[in-house]
Design a protein around this ligand. Structure first.
Ligand code: NAD
Length: 382
């Protein structure tokens, strides 16, 4: 296969930017407009399968290196999901909680600066939401994760990622020694992903016994009323104040004995310092990289099955891609179910056949699909 492994003078290109390899990135664009206080970057990683989709992250401390890692993660997630989209990501420096007029001006100006980069489609991420995507659409006509009023499918309101996580869990059941009906579930991070995962699992007879948010946790061995807890959370109440259970410290959920432990909060919440406290059988990863590599290997060695984030939590991006293709909610949810079930089954089969962790198997699956997409392009380009 032909590879662009050398620069114009024959020199090896790897290491020029510090993060490129033979999968990408295709372009890196720095946007700087001091008079507006605008500084941001776009990394379009790999577009072999189609124009890239990835979120716009707004934070005061974002970096281009972080943007690249997130763009690559999107290339792998989108390739694994079999979407006609590559991976990209954009970052904008600034306080996401600044006054709305300033934030809107920055996001509109950033979108305009990238208006002619047709192989990148903006999506929401940390610090941006569906309203921000509506501003981007208004400026350049290219964004996903839009409000319903302008043709969007409100994925967090509907629970697209939680629905996908539930599909991954169901597909993994034959690899476990317990039934979903009656299984005890713990949810770390009762937000958009966590509360919908709890709802879908409870509908299938699982019993959600504990949940946490950034302020604390709540436990009820007999099962929490997840609908009432969701309502309370949407009204701004902390889970520890929920009257239907016993209040606990935030991290006490790590010690709660259960069959399914769902991380749906932050990266790196489980590491070598606390992994031995987990007493569970299945860890479907709602959050991105919630478990460090070593800790995940240690869970694997203990026979605890981890469903990798970029396979199990792809419901949101699948929904966004379907929205971009003009599909409605029913078609989007059918695509989530079909893709996540098939991928989970394939990853678990490969992990058994190859004697590796599900994450290692998932990486190989995604990379193979990415490389096959590249083979279909003239010059095998990304
Ligand atoms: P969210 O802000 O709606 O919810 C996060 C919840 O986690 C909040 O309730 C917060 O209080 C809680 N939390 C934060 N730190 C915590 C901690 N240390 N312990 C317990 N709870 C804590 O966010 P979300 O959209 O539900 O996303 C959650 C995670 O899932 C993030 O890592 C996100 O990147 C990832 N993710 C989200 C989607 C999506 O569709 N929303 C898709 C893929 C991945």
């Amino acid at each position: 296969m032909k590879r662009w492994s050398h620069g114009p003078g024959g020199e090896a290109m790897t290491g020029w930017l510090g993060f490129e390899d033979d999968l990408g990135p295709k372009r890196v664009i720095h946007v700087h407009q001091p008079s507006l206080g605008l500084q941001g970057a776009l990394v379009v990683d790999n577009v072999a399968a189609g124009p890239s989709i990835g979120g716009l992250r707004m934070a005061e401390d974002v970096t281009v290196a972080e943007c690249f890692r997130l763009a690559r993660a999107m290339s792998l997630k989108n390739a694994a999901a079999g979407l006609p989209h590559g991976g990209g990501k954009s970052v904008l420096r600034g306080d996401p909680k600044q006054p709305r007029e300033n934030k809107e001006e920055l996001i509109r100006a950033f979108a305009c600066a990238l208006g002619d980069v047709e192989d990148y489609i903006f999506g929401p991420d940390m610090g941006t939401d569906e309203g921000a995507m509506a501003w981007v659409k208004d400026e350049i006509g290219r964004s996903v994760g839009l409000p319903r009023e302008v043709g969007g499918i409100p994925l967090d309101e509907l629970g697209a990622t939680g629905f996908g996580l539930m599909q991954a869990i169901e597909a993994a059941m034959p690899a476990t020694d317990f039934e979903l009906a009656g299984a005890r579930v713990v949810i770390q991070g009762f937000g958009a992903v966590g509360m919908h995962t709890a709802r879908f699992l409870a509908e299938r007879g699982a019993v959600v016994i504990a949940a946490s948010d950034s302020n604390g946790a709540v436990l009820n061995d007999g099962g929490l009323d997840v609908a009432a807890l969701g309502d309370a959370k949407r009204q701004g109440q902390a889970v520890a104040d929920f009257p239907g259970g016993e209040a606990l410290d935030r991290d006490a959920v790590i010690d709660v004995d259960c069959e399914i432990w769902v991380p749906a909060a932050r990266p790196d919440v489980i590491d070598m310092g606390n992994v031995d406290r987990l007493r569970t059988k299945l860890v479907p990863q709602g959050a991105n990289i919630p478990i460090t590599t070593e800790a995940e290997q240690s869970l694997h060695a203990r026979g605890i099955l981890c469903l990798p984030d970029f396979i199990a939590n792809a419901g949101g991006v699948i929904c966004a891609a379907m929205e971009y293709a003009g599909a409605g909610e029913a078609a989007a949810f059918a695509a989530i179910a079909e893709k996540i079930r098939r991928n989970t089954e394939e990853v678990l089969q490969r992990s058994r056949d190859e004697g590796t962790t599900p994450r290692a198997a998932a990486f190989r699956l995604a990379e193979e699909r990415l490389r096959r997409a590249m083979e279909t392009r003239r010059w095998s380009i990304f």
